[in-house]
Design a protein around this ligand. Structure first.
Ligand code: DC
Length: 218
């Protein structure tokens, strides 16, 4: 069994930045489970499936093979042997991933993949249900959050920096909508595991958050 660090939290809390940094410092593998849900979302979008079409999604799942590998330490997502990593970060894909991740068959398809990755090596894994469902026996569990306003502002700054025009109010509305969807679904909802340490990054720098989590690791 590898050493497992689980980081859960809402969209835009900085999980991936922090998890990547902690993994790098410890020499562990960073596993981004959101990217797996996004990978399946790309498959559904390419097939023109409506997120509300549950039967269509379950049918399309049969022809979706998601694989993860690492190139220069960076996670790559393959969908049916094609590298789709570049397509994962769009709002459209994120929305589809959030909507379809409430379907049991979608979750079941990715659960084994996630568990196996953590079994074989030391990992920092981030997502929504890592501490509660995927790795209930993780060595370290963190619930990383920040206020919706702060998360929206961070995403806004990130997009503007990339030269992508956007609207702060729309981003905040999307974030609140995603919080609602991810935390109220029946299966594996976003919630803090009882034994997780709560880290509110609203007024912390990236370094401070990373140090707080590193201090919990062996
Ligand atoms: O972390 P992210 O924004 O890349 O995740 C995209 C969506 O995938 C998220 O809104 C909900 C879903 N997800 C999930 O249900 N369980 C996880 N462990 C990770 C992501």
């Amino acid at each position: 069994m590898g050493y497992n660090v689980a980081i859960d939290g809402p969209a835009g809390a900085g999980k991936s930045t922090i998890a990547r940094l902690v993994a790098k410092r410890k020499g562990y593998i960073y596993v981004d489970t959101g990217a797996m849900y996004r990978g399946l979302a790309v498959h559904f979008l390419d097939r023109g499936i409506n997120p509300g079409d549950r039967a269509g999604i379950i049918e399309a799942l049969k022809e979706a093979e998601v694989k993860i590998c690492y190139e220069n330490g960076i996670q790559q997502v393959y969908l049916n042997e094609k590298n789709i990593t570049e397509r994962l970060r769009s709002e459209e894909v994120g929305r589809m991933a959030s909507q379809t991740s409430s379907i049991q068959e979608v979750r079941a398809k990715l659960l084994e993949l996630q568990k196996n990755l953590a079994k074989e090596q030391d990992v920092v894994m981030d997502g929504r249900d890592i501490g509660t469902c995927v790795l209930p026996d993780a060595d370290v569990k963190v619930f990383l959050t920040a206020s919706a306003e702060r998360r929206a502002k961070r995403r806004y700054d990130e997009l503007m920096q990339k030269g992508i025009e956007c609207d702060l109010a729309t981003i905040e509305r999307d974030i609140r909508e995603r919080d609602e969807q991810d935390s109220t679904r029946e299966l594996a909802p976003l919630k803090q595991a009882e034994d997780a340490v709560l880290v509110d990054s609203s007024d912390m720098t990236i370094e401070e958050v990373a140090d707080a989590i590193l201090s919990l690791c062996k």
